[in-house]
Design a protein around this ligand. Structure first.
Ligand SMILES: Cc1cc2nc3c(=O)[nH]c(=O)nc-3n(C[C@H](O)[C@H](O)[C@H](O)COP(=O)(O)OP(=O)(O)OC[C@H]3O[C@@H](n4cnc5c(N)ncnc54)[C@H](O)[C@@H]3O)c2cc1C
Length: 482
């Protein structure tokens, strides 16, 4: 178990008592059997400590009180949403407070005339989508975990999802934020207007900062008109090169599907085993696409995509304008991860490559699987090049576990060698700290450290995550090592 090297030197009881006095005992959880449930997210191999206390604030004032107590006593604070993350970003730090934002779950305002919503960070992504649907509006970022992850987590990891190929990622919808800073001050930044360039774009500085710069307590988010009824396509291919060719042709021909997803043969067979869906188990890749351009435009867009698939040599192409059948086709994609979990423990990677390199990436993953003697299934957002190679292995087998770690790193290396990034949407968290500098270089890392030191000079917010800062390095020690 990783300790992050944090030594709590003060009298624990003093800060706990101050927290209880400020927030009430029901808000501060201390029973280790209870707090253990908040120790880690869904990244099974990421290091995690044990929280000294779990605090569930109900208001911005509560969060301010927590940061003031933490600052006075030098206690680290780990912000946390639903814990659905896949990078260990909300994993506990020994001796620290884990600040769970799920009780702040109100949709404060839906404003159709300004096409925006104001929400607290604990709102679940799907709850926001449902809340605005009644007004004919749409909040597009849709991580596959959308029915339980929170908007605060989405903002802090700059989440993507299935429809990002057309609609962009979380940051594209952020108008303004309220953030409690490490010293307890409340920063309100951003706007309600469509345009606005007053000062630095501080709101976006916090987007993707993984809880290391401040605690988000409110967000003003842009919305879009509800999408039209979708038309759906599924196509199978005998080679990954053909799949890559289709994605490239989609980009160069100017088609903008609202969804373009890919699964490799390992995923196809795993889903077929789980759902008995009569999928073509010999296919090397399955593409699923949707267009929500509306009526004839959507049908025309999917027909053009079907032509591209046939030209590339697709073995099977099927299209439907029946939303229920479209949902069934999408189920195969959505069930890829649960299906792979039937094969053993899973280590999910998250690499984005330029769309012209998708075929090379898929082939490279096949080669890594063969070299390391492991099963690796690849499912991904083909439309934006964000791939999730998922390593399946036996956790109890030391040799397999070692090879799984090695394959995880091989995949990051492969992604960088193809001009890609070590994380397309899950974040750096605790599992890719050692990789960040390799991607961004020493100058960018210095800038990261300068920003961190300006906003959190004591290094109290989520130490050991994303990168090792100057002050944070003293606190975090050798934190993220596996
Ligand atoms: C099955 C599955 C599918 C997934 N699919 C996708 C996908 O398609 N796209 C995608 O992007 N991700 C996906 N994820 C990953 C995960 O769901 C997202 O990263 C999500 O945004 C995390 O939200 P959360 O509420 O669970 O946050 P957590 O995991 O609890 O925390 C994530 C990060 O946010 C910080 N944080 C949380 N709340 C706050 C706050 N209020 N203020 C400051 N920092 C905060 C934490 O410190 C941590 O750094 C998937 C996960 C699973 C398990």
């Amino acid at each position: 178990m990783a300790s992050y090297g944090v030594t709590v030197t003060h009298a624990t009881a003093a800060w706990v008592t101050e927290l209880q006095d400020a927030l009430g005992t029901g808000t501060v959880l201390l029973d280790p059997d209870v707090t253990a449930a908040y120790a880690r997210d869904q990244a099974m191999l990421a290091p995690a400590g044990s929280p000294a206390a779990v605090v569930l604030p109900r208001s911005t004032a509560d969060v301010v009180a927590v940061m003031q107590v933490a600052g006075r006593h030098g206690v680290p604070v780990v912000p946390r949403g639903a814990g659905s993350g896949l990078a260990g970003a909300s994993n506990a730090v020994d001796g620290a407070i884990t600040l769970v934002m799920t009780r702040m779950d109100a949709v404060l305002e839906v404003a159709p005339a300004d096409r925006l919503a104001v929400v607290q960070p604990g709102v679940v992504n799907k709850a926001l989508r449902d809340a605005v649907a009644g007004a004919g509006l749409f909040y597009p970022p849709d991580p596959s975990s959308y029915d339980w992850c929170t908007i605060g987590g989405n903002l802090s990891t700059n989440s993507g999802g299935l429809c990002c190929v057309k609609y962009g990622v979380t940051t594209d919808y952020v108008l303004g934020l309220e953030v409690v800073l490490a010293d307890g001050r409340v920063l309100r930044t951003g706007r309600r207007t469509v345009k606005g360039v007053a000062g630095y774009d501080l709101a976006r500085l916090f987007v993707g900062s993984e809880g290391t710069l401040g605690v988000i307590t409110e967000a003003t988010l842009a919305l879009r008109p509800a999408p039209q009824r979708p038309v759906t396509l599924a196509a199978t291919f005998a080679t990954t090169a053909q799949t890559g060719q289709v994605v490239e042709r989609v980009v160069t021909s100017g088609l903008v599907p609202s969804l373009l997803e890919v699964m490799d043969n390992t995923c196809i067979c795993a889903v077929d085993d789980l759902l008995h869906a009569d999928l073509d188990r010999s296919a090397h890749a399955l593409l699923v696409a949707q267009s929500d351009a509306g009526g004839e435009a959507a049908a025309a867009e999917i027909a053009a995509l079907a032509d591209l698939c046939r030209e590339a040599g697709a073995e099977f192409v099927h299209t439907t304008d029946d939303p229920a059948e479209g949902d069934l086709l999408l189920t195969a994609r959505r069930m890829a991860l649960p299906a792979l979990e039937q094969l053993g423990s899973t280590l999910i990677d998250d690499v984005a490559v330029p769309r012209s390199r998708i075929a090379a990436f898929l082939d490279g993953c096949d080669a890594i699987a063969a070299q390391r003697g492991l099963v690796i299934g690849v499912v991904g957002h083909a439309g934006d090049g964000n791939m999730h190679p998922t390593i399946c292995f036996d956790l109890a087998d030391d040799d397999q576990r070692t090879r799984a770690y090695a394959a995880f790193d091989d995949i990051l290396e492969l992604g960088l060698s193809l001009g890609g990034t070590i994380t397309g949407e899950h974040g750096v968290g605790a599992i890719k700290v050692d990789w960040l500098e390799r991607e961004i270089g020493p100058v960018a890392l210095d800038v990261h450290r300068a920003i961190k030191d300006a906003l959190d000079p004591a290094g109290l917010l989520n130490p050991g995550k994303v990168f090792r800062g100057a002050r944070a390095a003293n606190l975090a020690g050798t934190a993220a090592g596996r």
